[in-house]
Design a binder for this molecule. Structure first.
Ligand code: NAD
Length: 349
């Protein structure tokens, strides 16, 4: 049997743990895995692009466990009542190759993206940062706000979305969470006085959500929405004034804001800052950018965290994803209906 955490159990688990404690715990796992970056197999994700979106597989392994996520990105989906991003993932035992956890990863992607952004900001934003602008108030936005509150202590938000219904939804969802939220009439107004700017819009094009004249000295930009070829949010000139931090350089050069730059445009991998090999913020005036695209180790961290959290609880089901014949070489014998009795085999991991 394989442990399965579906949407219902994920919702119950987060309610039991609490949003902010969940995000703090997850940020800890994400940071821990960045610290052991060299232990992981790392490849840019495998992407299948189509006219309106992309379907991606994101694999990695630390030699003990193997994880992958299936995720899509279809910005037009919301017009027909579907989400832009949906995902599920698997964690397996490397020694036997047996999967041990299958999980929903749509909620988990939003959580891990937000937790990773908050970890990056811990190293890159000014220590006295108090105000965050959020541009784009869709599915990811509340998770971003909550992670920055839980990990970075940000309580004051200035927000903008081109769609007023998204703004209403964002305000209503965050009403019980203790933020001071100012809704603004434009992206330019949202960034006024902000110490951190999160861009998390969805549009499969080279958009200019932030232009150069909107970005003042000392700001940290958490650029989340530009995460596939042909999809960016920042005007190129901003990148020329900033220090840019990335997850896996070779993947971000294809998918991130830096796809607008020459192939040798200098960037620093975030894990190097976390382990102390590279400097993050050097001065209060420096502009830093976390060019987030989402990397497989972050999903691996999220699956590892989930596996540890559900251990000994009833927040998962056991499903017969795998055949378990009594004689492991008699797969054919299993096709006999009478032989289809559940058999207890050891949990793979
Ligand atoms: P969504 O479709 O739910 O929300 C996007 C929001 O952006 C919508 O409310 C839309 O009205 C708004 N928007 C679009 N253009 C805008 C503009 N110019 N100014 C202001 N608002 C604008 O999408 P989502 O699930 O929240 O995802 C947002 C983006 O984040 C997507 O591009 C997605 O691919 C990306 N993403 C990145 C990561 C990562 O790890 N970096 C992870 C998940 C999602």
């Amino acid at each position: 049997m394989v442990r399965y955490v579906g949407v219902g159990n994920m919702v119950r688990l987060i309610a039991a743990v609490g949003f902010e404690p969940y995000l703090i715990g997850l940020a800890g796992y994400v940071e821990e895995d960045f610290r052991r970056w060299n232990a992981f197999e790392k490849v840019p994700r495998v992407a299948s692009h189509s006219r309106d979106g992309v379907i991606e597989l994101m694999p990695t392994s630390d030699g003990e466990f193997y994880g992958f996520k299936y995720v899509n990105g279809h910005p037009r989906n919301t017009r027909t009542g579907l989400q832009t991003v949906t995902a599920f993932g698997v964690l397996s035992d490397v020694e036997t190759g047996y999967p041990c956890l299958l999980s929903e990863m749509t909620i988990t992607t939003a959580l891990r993206t937000a937790a990773t952004s908050a970890v990056a900001a811990k190293y890159l934003a000014r220590e006295d940062a108090e105000v965050m602008a959020i541009i784009g108030l869709g599915s990811q936005s509340e998770f971003q706000a909550l992670a920055f509150k839980a990990v970075n202590g940000i309580r004051r938000l200035r927000v903008f979305d081109i769609d007023p219904t998204a703004t209403g939804k964002f305000k209503a969802n965050l009403a019980p969470h203790g933020f001071e939220i100012e809704v603004t009439a434009s992206a330019g107004a949202a960034v006024l006085g902000a110490d951190i700017i999160t861009t998390v819009t969805a549009d499969k094009q080279r958009a200019t959500v932030l232009s150069d004249n909107m970005v003042g000295a000392g700001v940290h930009i958490n650029a989340v929405g530009g995460d596939c070829p042909g999809k960016t949010e920042l005007q190129r000139a901003i990148l020329l004034r900033a220090d840019v931090f990335v997850e896996l350089t070779e993947q971000t050069r294809i998918e991130g804001e830096i796809q607008q730059m020459a192939p040798d445009f200098p960037v620093t991998e975030l894990w190097r800052v976390i382990v102390g090999e590279a400097t993050g913020r050097r001065s209060p005036d420096q502009i830093t950018i976390f060019d987030s695209v989402g990397f497989a180790t972050e999903d691996f961290s999220a699956l590892r965290y989930l596996r540890d959290l559900v251990e000994g609880t009833d927040y998962y089901e056991e499903i017969d994803l795998l055949t378990e014949p009594k004689d492991p070489r008699n797969l054919f014998g299993l096709l006999n209906l009478a032989a289809l009795q559940p058999r207890k085999v050891p949990q793979a991991c």
